[in-house]
Unconditional design. Sequence first.
Length: 441
Amino acid sequence: MPQKYVIIGGNAAGMSTATRLRRLDETAEIMILEQGEHVSYASCGLPYHLSDTVPEENLAVMGVEQLSGAFDLDIRTGVTATGIDPDAHTVSITDANGKSMTIAYDDLVVATGAEPLVPPMFDLDELEHCHTLRTVSDATDIREEVADAERALVIGGGYIGLEVAENLHEAGHDVIVAELLDQVMPNTLGPEMAAMVESHLREQGIDLRLATGVDDLTEPGDGTVVATMDDTDHTFDLVVVATGVTPRTELAESAGVELHDSGAIAVDERMRTSVESIHAVGDAAAPPAVRADGNAWVPLGGPANRMGRVAANDIAGHDDQLDPVLDTAIAKVFDLDVGTVGDTAATLDERGQAFEAIYTSQPITPSTIPARPRSNSNSSLIPTTGRSLVPRPSARTVSTSELTCWRRPSPTTTPSSTFGITTWRTRRRTRPPRIRSTCWG
Ligand SMILES: Cc1cc2nc3c(=O)[nH]c(=O)nc-3n(C[C@H](O)[C@H](O)[C@H](O)COP(=O)(O)OP(=O)(O)OC[C@H]3O[C@@H](n4cnc5c(N)ncnc54)[C@H](O)[C@@H]3O)c2cc1C
């Protein structure tokens, strides 16, 4: 009898699992249940569709027919999984016509991803010109409004918010970014590195409002949106809410699957959940990690694809394990490439870990080349007690703008210079934990 594998969710993690399973098992029945109309779409390209830098036809990596044909997959779009019975090994589904049925599985993979986390005071269902960005349909909906809009508000200064801001700016909009905290990319960068990104955004013409909460969004009915910020009403044509994401795990939770503190599904290094014959992968899952004590939730495409491959290997009986995730992320912000790996000052502070911070700034372009000056600024955080599991956790910003845009991090530090590389070192004692923003960074 061929094995029957059912995968809930047809984007990065679900499709990686499906295609790897097919390579390992030619006879298996592999069914993918996807509630949306697209599978295997390039989420990273969605912000770039707003400026048409990435046209709609390039958003889906492969279409349903192409994938089904190439990998002999039974892909069902417009189908929502509504329940899992782990004892009976069945999934309840509802199709696009509202018809319900039950599907049996030998192994089930939960790849339900994440969804935008919208502050409760915003009722986006009632607001025509206010959007979140998660799916291809979200991107095409926003793109349809772009031509008629001039003033845009982006709520949230994490990496998705900044990519949206850049692309709306490229599309000719006046863009305000409102970030509740006092820095951009709060989950990715320390304040010193964030300061570089902030000045670069302002240089590019983004009206960046830090420490600014949006209290209310209303639509008066004339095609505009009124946003209340700092007790003042501002009028926009378009609003994008990018205030973070949350793992989509209700289905797994109702089947008795254990969750991690983050709310994502706790999985081991083989992507096994606490329930037999159920694996979980991608943004829905929290795998073992280097940086935290135990598992960590890192909702990014790289880990999602790797988790899919490991789950498929395990299901097909091949020995494989996920290397603990390091939490590596890179984003483009206009002319800056902003990257990080391992702990940030905020996560070390949260854990009460004392550390030493080393800041360096060095020219990338040799002085003999008469090109535009380029610099590379780097912040490395070295724990001063205990063991560092990531040898050089760092937040790195490679700047194509002038070295002078880099700021000295703290008046208490002393610079030294060797071979044109300027270095500042500073010792940080632990300070009380601060609450992390829900904004994505
Ligand atoms: C705008 C944007 C930009 C991004 N840029 C980057 C980037 O530059 N680099 C990077 O590494 N990551 C990026 N990411 C994150 C990356 O897209 C995610 O980490 C990745 O998509 C996770 O894949 P996934 O399959 O786990 O989850 P998802 O992509 O969320 O897919 C889950 C799928 O499951 C389906 N589903 C959910 N519940 C059900 C159900 N009950 N029944 C049927 N189907 C269901 C959903 O419709 C969805 O299609 C970005 C994300 C966004 C939104």
